[in-house]
Design a protein around this ligand. Structure first.
Ligand SMILES: NC(=O)c1ccc[n+]([C@@H]2O[C@H](COP(=O)([O-])OP(=O)(O)OC[C@H]3O[C@@H](n4cnc5c(N)ncnc54)[C@H](O)[C@@H]3O)[C@@H](O)[C@H]2O)c1
Ligand SMILES: N[C@@H](CCO)C(=O)O
Ligand code: NA
Length: 428
């Protein structure tokens, strides 16, 4: 039986899980592909660390680029992370010599996806990345292959397991943000630098990749409007709950008259919507095509779930599957538009810390009216002993521009004492 010699760079949460999965599923993968998938060479930082893996007979490279460039391998698997070298240099080196690459690295693809796809095209080596978006959910294949007959209007969803895990545990167990983040790190969900997760960039990286696959654009994370979850408080999540909503960090790419709008921000969604019930590390991706609309739900992070996607890509490599990296030749990918957030329309949750003095409520109401913003509800509460009161406004549909202007005017009136909180609302 012919061998598929796998070179594996990175033996952390995902790399170690891939190594184990290839061992455990060896016989089944042989039966399905007619080939033996064997890790023959690895590169990682610390050779002395006990990872519980049997690395006997596996060649150890100190330098992942040397493994990609010189290793006796048939496929290079990049599971180190990072949007620069050595990940980029290693992936480029493998592709340039015609060796297919499997990676879980969305940061690298978001930054260098077009260049790497060009290299893959030039050498006719495949660049596979199912694990890079929504972990174990097979959304890359679904968009690139299974839905090829559709014109896609919108792709949206919960794309970061760490954030969804934090928001779920905060809302359900009233735990602090930092306790929940620490747990997500301990469970292997978070990025090496978790600011990528909580500030929304990881979701943006994944959305940029989905947008390319769905709409035929060049991957361009810089054209995405991004807000993360760092500023959300337990009080916001409790207020959302009282009002019948859950807060989710959503990534949305939608076709508009002026181009593809891409945005990432916390969003209040009605509790009875299916996406509101997606909890913990689970991700969900909804695709609206002209023939098929569907939602895929599954584990978005974690060693085993992510390894499942990596091994699926290795299965494709073993069978000789080919195709354009983002579904089209690079020369045919169009430029993505920058999201015009000021034109965004919808309901808004606005939390203000107001100073307790006569006329404050009237000032707020007047500034909202000046911008033609209709209020669905106003709640005011003064925590015991506090000098300031918390005012929560829920608006009917309005524009981002109007909300920003009204808040700027209220700030100029000197009636608020802290930065306002604004969360967009999606309604039935
Ligand atoms: N953890 C997840 O749930 C998950 C899910 C999907 C995608 N990913 C992606 O998978 C990749 C790996 O993530 P992880 O969670 O396994 O990370 P990790 O930090 O647990 O492991 C990274 C591994 O790469 C090695 N490494 C890092 N820099 C290196 C260098 N310069 N030279 C040699 N080795 C180096 C480290 O030694 C370690 O073995 C990242 O791109 C991440 O975004 C992770
Ligand atoms: N840190 C990422 C890993 C999966 O890409 C997450 O939490 O979703
Ligand atoms: Na995936």
């Amino acid at each position: 039986m012919s061998e598929l010699k796998v070179g594996l760079a990175g033996l952390g949460t995902v790399g170690a899980a891939v190594f184990r999965m290839l061992e455990r599923r060896k016989a089944e993968l042989e039966a399905r592909t007619g080939r033996t998938l064997r890790v023959t060479a690895v590169a990682a930082r610390d050779r002395s660390r006990d990872r519980g893996l049997d690395l006997g007979g596996v060649i150890w490279f100190e330098d992942p680029v040397a493994l990609a460039r010189d290793g006796d391998i048939d496929v290079f698997v990049e599971l180190m992370g990072g949007d620069g070298d050595p990940a980029k240099a290693a992936v480029a080196a493998a592709l340039d010599r015609g060796i297919p690459v499997v990676t879980a690295n969305k940061a690298l693809l978001a930054k260098c996806g077009v260049e790497l796809a060009q290299r893959a095209e030039a050498s006719r080596a495949g660049l596979h990345f199912e694990a890079a978006v929504a972990g174990g959910i097979p959304i890359v294949k679904t968009l690139r292959e299974s839905l090829a007959g559709n014109t896609i209007e919108r792709v949206s969803g919960i794309l970061n397991g760490t954030c969804n895990y934090i928001l779920t545990r905060m809302a359900e167990e009233k735990l602090s943000f930092h306790v929940c983040l620490g747990e997500a790190q301990r469970l292997g969900y978070a990025e090496a630098d978790p600011t990528f997760d909580i500030d929304g960039f990881d979701t943006a990286h994944k959305l940029a990749i989905l947008t390319s696959l769905a709409f035929g654009t060049q991957v361009d994370a810089d054209s995405i409007y991004v807000e993360g979850i760092r500023q959300l408080t337990l009080a916001d999540l409790e207020a959302a709950d009282d009002l019948g909503y859950r807060v989710k960090l959503l990534g949305v790419a939608v076709r508009t008259e002026t181009g593809i709008e891409q945005r990432v921000h916390p969003t209040m969604v009605p509790k009875h919507w299916p996406i509101a019930q997606v909890s913990g590390v689970t991700n969900a991706v909804a695709v609206d095509g002209d023939a098929v609309a569907l939602t895929l739900v599954g584990p978005g992070a974690g060693g085993a779930a992510t390894a499942s996607a990596v091994v699926g890509d290795l299965f494709d490599v073993a069978r000789g599957a080919r195709g354009y990296t983002f579904g089209l030749p690079v020369a045919e990918l169009t430029k993505a538009e920058r999201a015009a957030m000021q034109r965004h329309e919808g309901g808004y949750y606005i939390r203000l810390a107001v100073v307790n003095k006569p006329g404050t409520a009237a000032t707020i109401a007047r500034r909202m009216a000046d911008e033609q913003i209709s209020l669905e509800s106003i709640m005011q509460r003064r925590p015991d002993g506090a000098e300031t009161a918390r005012v929560i406004l829920i608006t009917y549909a309005t524009t981002e521009e109007a909300v920003r202007r009204a808040i700027a005017a209220i700030e100029a009136d000197g009636v608020i004492s802290a930065l306002p909180q604004v969360i967009r609302i999606e309604k039935d």
